[in-house]
Design a protein around this ligand. Structure first.
Ligand code: MSP
Length: 482
């Protein structure tokens, strides 16, 4: 990897408030950004997230609330920003597709494509789902309805501008095959290759008639058309960097990792690379796709009222603990179910009784038996290397499990060796050895948590490297009963 790291999340639709699925993607990006800042230096990492604000879905949602689309998107975009601040997310920039600069660069991009003769006008006939903001094929329908939105698509014919996607598919296939464009996990890569080879993919339209989609960027050479929301949205990954001349663009593009869930696989693995090829710019290096969350085995949805708002979690558990609870539940890539009751159980067992208790016990004993004096060399233990490897492989759950193994081991050592009895029996050398060993472990646990729980990590490292180690006044994690 070059000496820089550019990571992106999808930009989130502002048709509803942030939920835990979007928080998951954002937290994963945050862990990686923090990890690489530490490894490569602050200035060599760029972490981008933001909001996707155009299109019919958003227009409809604004109308329902009696607000202008701009006002409506301002409100919800602010809500996203605030949520990421509450979760202590360390994004370097927050892009909005209603930003003036973004809109201008999108137009430049489209004009470039047109000049290169990669756009053409044609009739589009099809079944259009307003919910998906796309035309569906017969295969997408269940009982004549869009299965995602449970509504019948509308028959639609309109003149659109099309992008010559098909021209780029053989090249994209070659790049995926050769591993130059990484699609992870392997199963998703196969799925994408299958899309290219088995489905007769068509060119896709990059504009929509204003009549159906009144809220979007105007197509400069055709007054009847707006830019299709996906072209608008995908471009964010380079408009945020001031493509084509910006310093950030020169320094950070291509993206090292682009994160998303499988719902937007096709757009990112085919449409987006095709646009990059068309613009003659490098392709993103890796697309990492994770599964969809369900809540208590049900799909998250407004109508079921089972959407978890990340802000509620933060309010109850704090930012660091919320991130831990979300990341430790499942492995990246898999389909995952969130068991709502599990949060409290895990909070109390892993954080209060596990980590918090260990910090309490160790610092208390050092204060009491060693007068707060420890005498160790603060060095990295081997397990840090293992954890770093896991973070780089996006095996966050594995990394956290490893850290918690050390926590468990240390709590067991204390239970078994009973330092208070060693003190009573005057076995001071043994007592000293054990406490020094525990102190070094605690220091390393603090280090290992740096990317996952930045605040708690800082607290732990601060306490243990202090001249006089004293037990914190307040426990690291207060016990919660419900
Ligand atoms: N606006 C588009 C993306 C444009 S990117 C150029 C969009 N937005 S979205 O708000 O619907 O968010 C999609 C992303 O949010 C998913 O790819 C995923 O990263 C995250 N998640 C949304 N729902 C999710 C779950 N139920 N589970 C896990 N992640 C989910 O699509």
């Amino acid at each position: 990897m070059k000496n820089k790291f550019y990571i992106t999340t999808p930009i989130y639709y502002v048709n509803s408030k942030p939920h835990i699925g979007q928080a998951y993607t954002t937290i994963v990006a945050d862990v990686l950004a923090r990890y690489y800042r530490n490894k490569l230096g602050e200035e060599n990492v760029y972490f981008l997230t933001g909001t996707d604000e155009h299109g019919i879905k958003i227009f409809e949602a604004a109308e329902k609330e009696g607000l202008s689309p701009q006002k409506f998107t301002n409100n919800i975009s602010r809500e996203f920003k605030k949520t990421w601040q509450n979760l202590n997310i360390s994004n370097d920039f927050f892009i909005r597709t209603t930003d003036k600069k973004h809109k201008k660069i999108v137009i430049d991009i489209l004009e470039k494509l047109k000049k290169k003769d990669l756009l053409y006008e044609a009739d589009y006939k099809g079944l259009y789902c307003v919910g998906c903001e796309k035309f569906l094929t017969i295969n997408d329908l269940v009982d004549g309805k869009c299965s995602d939105h449970d509504r019948e698509p509308e028959e639609l014919a309109e003149k659109n501008w099309f992008f010559k996607l098909r021209k780029f598919l053989p090249e994209i296939k070659k790049l995926i095959d050769s591993g130059e464009l990484i699609i992870y996990p392997e199963g998703r890569k196969k799925e994408v290759l299958g899309l290219i080879t088995k489905q007769n993919l068509q060119d896709f339209s990059i504009s929509r008639s204003k009549k159906f989609v009144p809220w979007g960027i105007d197509l400069p050479w055709d007054q009847d058309q707006k830019v299709y929301v996906w072209i608008d949205a995908l471009s964010n990954y380079i408009t945020a960097l001031d493509y084509p001349k910006g310093e950030n663009y020169k320094k950070f593009w291509p993206a090292d990792i682009q994160l998303m869930a499988l719902d937007i696989l096709k757009f990112h693995t085919l449409y987006w690379p095709a646009i990059c090829l068309a613009l003659d710019i490098p392709l993103p290096k890796a697309l990492y796709i994770h599964g969809f969350f369900t809540i208590d085995n049900k799909k998250m949805s407004k109508s079921l009222g089972n959407i978890i708002n990340p802000n509620d979690l933060v309010e109850k558990y704090g930012a660091d603990a919320s991130k831990y609870l979300i990341l430790s539940q499942f492995s990246f890539g898999s389909e995952s179910n969130i068991n709502k009751d599990e949060f409290l159980v895990k909070y109390n067992s892993d954080l209060v009784n596990g980590l918090g208790n260990l910090v309490n016990r160790v610092t208390n004993m050092i204060e009491k038996y060693l007068k707060g004096n420890i005498n160790i060399e603060f060095k990295e233990l081997f397990f840090i290397e293992e954890i770093n490897k896991k973070i780089e492989e996006l095996n966050f759950r594995g990394a956290l499990l490893d850290i918690w193994k050390v926590i468990q081991k240390d709590n067991t050592i204390i239970d078994k060796e009973k330092p208070w009895e060693l003190f009573k029996n005057n076995s001071l050398e043994e007592l000293n050895n054990i406490l020094q060993e525990l102190a070094l472990d605690l220091y390393n646990i603090g280090l290992a948590l740096q990317s996952f729980m930045p605040q708690k990590s800082k607290e732990i490292v601060g306490i243990i490297t202090n001249k006089k180690v004293i037990k914190p006044e307040k426990p690291l994690f207060p016990r919660l009963n419900n």
